[in-house]
Design a protein around this ligand. Structure first.
Ligand code: FE2
Length: 415
């Protein structure tokens, strides 16, 4: 990755566009919502209002260009998020945080300084800042999802759903190689290097992600319901499940992917006598072609000309909630597997760990390394709220196996 400065106009436009993505999220919240903590294992929402700017500032101006701080206390307060084990909440109180006005004033000052210096910043750090912000555009949506509906203004309606029977099937993926990781010289996070190939034995994979309708049978057999399901008061157990959408509850969309934890996904797979995908298997299902070449996207050509537009899958902020698993056939992989990008991340059974040759980013050493602990699993793909820049084969996401707030589903394999 080049350390020379990037062309300023393009970078400035990308920065503006990423900022408007995150600004529009905060604009949906009531003032009181900013001081609430909708997910116990994460900070109060006010933290993120300062964090996105403080991260850019600390990375680009403080660490790289050595610009003096004008507010060291905020630089520190908003530096890093938290990821304690599930059930271990932080204990700070709303009064421990500064006012919205103070944070916005800090943000305005930072943006002005950063914008003046963008053409001096190393290209790699600009990429890190942009992708960090867009990752938070997604993880902030998970947090917002858990706010009461009266603390956020509805910005869209639910996508349409059908209740036709799905022609689900298992698809054979032949034995072959998967290329994991990013090519040297291209942008990727530290955990995407080094690029390497792994041999993958033949396996079969479900064409679609597991749906709410399929998972409902498991729940009716006594499995606990997913975090995203609810029932109206007065209903009997097992009766009339609702999906808790971002802005409204709707009757459970039976053909949409079920959002579950890793443990729930693994339990369901055991229940039906199948397995979850491994990380290399995901690559084979997504990028392999019948002539044994790998594509940059599941669709299109090996040359990589086809861009990720809305017809290919439910990603890049078009919807807040999932569509049906068969709604985007133009995004099917060459081997016929649907929605490998979009509509939900996919839990893999691969613990998050370093690729051979891994080296932490010197300017952000804890980004990946702190999570190589066998207590996080790799997720691949993309959710409705994943920016299209993350649709690259090497991108890896990871979460704790019992963290229930992620837009994450799974598909089944037979080995
Ligand atoms: Fe962050």
């Amino acid at each position: 990755m080049s350390t020379t400065p990037a062309p300023p106009r393009v970078i400035y436009d990308r920065m503006e566009s990423a900022r408007s993505r995150t600004d529009e999220l905060f604009a949906l919240l009531t003032p009181a919502a900013l001081y609430s903590r909708p997910v116990p294992e994460r900070h109060r929402l006010i933290f993120y209002l300062g964090h996105l700017e403080a991260f850019d500032w600390n990375l680009i101006c403080r660490k790289s260009l050595d610009i003096p701080s004008f507010h060291p206390a905020f630089d520190k307060l908003f530096e890093f998020g938290i990821d304690p084990p599930v059930g271990k909440a932080a204990e700070d109180q709303p009064a421990d945080w500064p006012s919205v006005e103070e944070v916005l004033a800090y943000n305005r000052s930072l943006r002005r300084i950063i914008d003046d210096l963008l053409d001096r910043a190393p290209e790699q750090l600009i990429h890190v800042a942009l992708e960090h912000r867009l990752m938070h555009a997604e993880t902030f949506a998970y947090l917002m999802h858990n706010l009461p509906y009266d603390q956020k203004s509805a910005s869209s309606v639910q996508p349409p759903h059908h209740h036709r029977a799905l022609a689900s099937k298992m698809i054979e993926i032949p034995a072959g190689y998967a290329t994991l990781g990013q090519k040297a010289g291209e942008f990727g996070w530290d955990n995407e290097f080094d690029q390497h190939r792994v041999a993958v034995p033949a396996f079969a994979v479900s064409k679609y992600k597991v749906t709410n309708g399929e998972y409902l049978k498991f729940v009716e057999e006594g499995a606990p319901p997913p975090h995203f399901w609810t029932q109206r008061a007065g209903n009997q157990p097992g009766e009339k499940w609702l999906y808790r959408g971002m802005f409204a509850e709707i009757p459970l969309p039976l053909n949409a992917p079920v959002y579950v934890t890793y443990r729930q996904a693994a339990a369901y797979a055991r229940w039906v006598g199948k397995d979850l995908l491994t990380e290399p298997q995901f690559h084979r299902a997504a990028f392999e072609t019948p002539d044994q070449k790998e594509r940059p996207y599941p669709w299109g050509s090996t040359g990589g000309s086809a861009v990720p537009d809305a017809a290919r899958g439910n990603f890049d902020f078009h919807h807040w909630d999932p569509v049906d698993v068969d709604a985007t056939p133009a995004g099917d992989s060459a081997l016929g597997v649907s929605q490998l990008y979009g509509n939900a991340w996919e839990w893999t059974s691969t613990p998050f760990g370093p690729f051979p040759g891994f080296q932490p980013f010197p300017f952000y050493p804890g980004y990946s390394k702190n999570f190589f602990d066998e207590e996080h699993y790799v997720l691949k793909g993309a959710s409705p709220r994943t920016a299209s820049c993350f649709l690259r084969p090497s991108f890896r996401n990871w979460f704790r196996p019992d963290y229930p707030y992620v837009y994450a589903s799974f598909r089944l394999t037979e080995n």
